[in-house]
Design a protein around this ligand. Structure first.
Ligand code: ATR
Length: 290
């Protein structure tokens, strides 16, 4: 499935995954296979980067056509690009960098935002809840985000844009408060989240790494507190069936997996990289086989 190394030529575009760590990432397999399937002459490599600013200014040769940007650089990368897409700027985090062919400038985008929000909207539409909503099914709903990092900011911003009322619960309350102030939402501690039962039909989105492999017995919120949520989303996709979603399902909620966000943000990223439509079927098949 991956790029045929014998086909690398001087004009082969090079894309990279910037992060620390990067070894566990599925992106190289996914993007290389997607490039190959549409005949786009490019390779995608993992890049373990220690100092992002230094890497982008000193080591980032013009041969690099773009990057995915992952933990822990989604927020610091905003200050390292020449330009930031207006939505990514409002979010304060990016996960995609494109070198603009016209002038070589590095432009930052956020595809997590659209990946997560569209996955949750479609998850709600597919269920019986708000099935016939003409506007976004998030409009007017109470949307609770756990986490105030890059992914938390993307979700909180996106849900606010769609007309939801947003509450942010975070381990470090101060960060929840800062994000709540920024988007006009409500801040909670994790202890307050446990007692938070304003009304039925709320949406919960976990953006923290709690419950991620290898800590699969952890969960950011108790099963008891899950009862007021109609829809629960978890950005974590390793393991595919995370404890939070298993318990949410048992409590009767509709669940949306982080796998769906992963696929959608990667498709959008592919489109920014190539200017071509993403090969959705292939990207779904590869993701499910990894
Ligand atoms: P990302 O860009 O993926 O959102 P991040 O910026 O490192 O990653 O943010 C991680 C989020 O997960 C933060 O909200 C963090 O809480 P703090 O602000 O208190 O650090 C949250 N988080 C990480 N590990 C956690 C844990 N064990 N328990 C609760 N929250 C945790």
């Amino acid at each position: 499935n991956v790029y045929n190394i014998r086909k690398i030529r001087a004009d082969t575009k090079v894309y990279g995954l910037i992060g620390k760590p990067v070894g566990q990432s599925k992106r190289p397999i996914l993007h290389n296979a997607a490039f190959k399937s549409v005949g786009f002459n490019a390779v995608y490599v993992p890049l373990l980067v220690d100092d992002l600013a230094n890497f982008l200014s000193a080591y980032c040769s013009p041969d690099f056509a773009g990057f995915s940007c992952t933990l822990p650089y989604k927020e610091t990368a905003v200050t390292c690009c020449d330009e930031i897409d207006p939505i990514a700027k409002s979010i304060g985090a990016i996960n995609t960098i494109i070198r603009r062919p016209a002038d070589g400038k590095l432009v930052g985008y956020n595809t997590d935002y659209i990946g997560a929000i569209s996955a949750i909207e479609d998850g709600i539409r597919a269920g019986s809840w708000a099935k016939d909503a003409v506007v976004s099914p998030l409009a007017g709903k109470l949307f609770v985000v756990i986490g105030a990092g890059g992914a938390g900011k993307a979700l909180a911003y996106g849900a606010t844009e769609k007309g939801a009322r947003v509450a942010i619960a975070n381990r470090t309350y101060e960060r929840a408060r800062e994000l709540a102030n920024l988007i006009g939402g409500h801040a909670l501690t994790l202890a307050e989240l446990e007692r938070f039962h304003p009304k039925e039909g709320m949406i919960l989105a976990n953006t923290t790494s709690v419950g991620m492999r290898p800590n699969v017995n952890d969960t950011p919120v108790s099963k008891q507190a899950l009862r007021s949520y109609a829809v629960v989303f978890d950005a974590v996709y390793t393991p595919k069936v995370i404890r939070l979603l298993r318990e949410a399902k048992e409590s009767g909620a509709a669940v949306v997996s982080g796998v769906e966000m992963f696929i959608r943000q990667a498709m959008r990223q592919f489109e920014l990289f190539t200017g071509l439509a993403a090969p959705e079927g292939l990207m779904r098949n590869i993701t499910s086989s990894l």
